[in-house]
Design a protein around this ligand. Sequence first.
Ligand SMILES: Cc1cc2nc3c(=O)[nH]c(=O)nc-3n(C[C@H](O)[C@H](O)[C@H](O)COP(=O)(O)OP(=O)(O)OC[C@H]3O[C@@H](n4cnc5c(N)ncnc54)[C@H](O)[C@@H]3O)c2cc1C
Length: 415
Amino acid sequence: MIENIKTQVCIIGAGPSGLMASIFAARAGASTIVMETNTSLGRKLLLTGGKRCNLTHQIESAHLIHLYDKMGKFLSCCIYEYSPQYIRNFFAQIGLNTTVEEDGCVFPATYKAEDVKNVLIREVQRLKVKFFYDKPVREIVKVAGGFLIKTDKQQFLAEKIIIATGGISWPQTGSTGDGYRFAKNLGHSIVEPRASLVPLVTSEKWTKELAGTSISNVSISANLNRKRIVTHGAIVFTNNGLGGPAAQDMSRYMTDFLPAEEKPLGIALDLVPYLQQEEMEEQIIRFTNENPKKKLENALADFVPKRIASIICSFAGCDDDVPMGQLKKEIRQKIVRLIKALPLSVLRTRPIEEATVTRGGVNLAEINPKTMESKICPGLFFAGEVIDADGPCGGYNLQICWSTGALAGSCAAKK
Ligand SMILES: Cc1cc2nc3c(=O)[nH]c(=O)nc-3n(C[C@H](O)[C@H](O)[C@H](O)COP(=O)(O)OP(=O)(O)OC[C@H]3O[C@@H](n4cnc5c(N)ncnc54)[C@H](O)[C@@H]3O)c2cc1C
């Protein structure tokens, strides 16, 4: 016989958003349970930031909201209430000090994602939140006074539920898109899930020759729907295109157009964004005047890694060992133009399974931004990546999870 377990708040998913929701629901006094497919919690959390967990970004809420583009308006309620500074204080209170890097990225002071997980575990244990592991939820049914949550062997009755099942990327961590199915069955529409923060696949084959070569400070620009988009940061060439934070941030915009576009989408890499074209050319002329016998590769070494310089020289129609005194003006100018705007044609992103986050999800128009409660199905709440909200690289996606989780948890706990 199937037993029914009763609770006030049931959270589906023990990732960052579900854990945060459970803490805030339990702190508000609600009996709280969490259902999790995996045999342990926070499997994706452990992988974040190269296992160091870039848990948020040191930034004013007003600026942060702009980085979420059109989703910023929806997120503003929870971001103002549970800002990056609030989240840092929250973690300090539960025993995890954080550190801010030069670029504003916030990490645990120990640089261990595991420590983030451990303090969250300690807090949920202190609050006596009950976890049910190895319990994939199969179905959620709206019943009088709440919801019936069905697993293979047990049924749970909850007054309120919070869907915190994540997106559909990195499915091996447990996020297989179940939340979309649950939301749809309860009356919601889903904005098509797309890969975001993922490497780009280009039609140029030469990137393969540079696979593994990285540059730490690059700007990538593209014209998408007549809007100029520019992203900044490190890139790394791959066997079939381009990865690294700047390319991944660009994927966030391109994914809305790829691969539906019939033609590849053009991007341009500025490999020395800290110099104007004229300044760069002046530096090369000065180098030439001072070192007419030195090779072109020596002149370019100050700007780009050798392997890239050599490919750029071949595009410009010369060898990289030509003495500077013999370099023709047109070739020099061509090289400078290529370094300032190296063109690539993007065919598609890498598959969604490899994406750091899923763009798309439960339609924000159907969720109350002040509570995270469904406007369609009272008592149903959402938190984290399952909703149609995502951010760039730099801790902005976990910030969405913490803020929406805290808001959903505290509001779901209210009678
Ligand atoms: C490699 C990698 C690195 C990243 N690094 C960063 C970073 O440094 N900073 C940053 O801000 N973001 C980072 N992200 C993104 C961030 O990890 C996610 O946005 C975040 O984990 C989403 O949290 P979530 O709780 O919404 O979903 P998830 O973390 O995906 O958790 C969802 C949970 O729900 C469970 N679940 C799903 N379906 C069911 C079901 N039917 N029944 C029961 N349980 C279910 C899953 O097993 C899972 O445990 C990274 C992502 C990846 C893949």
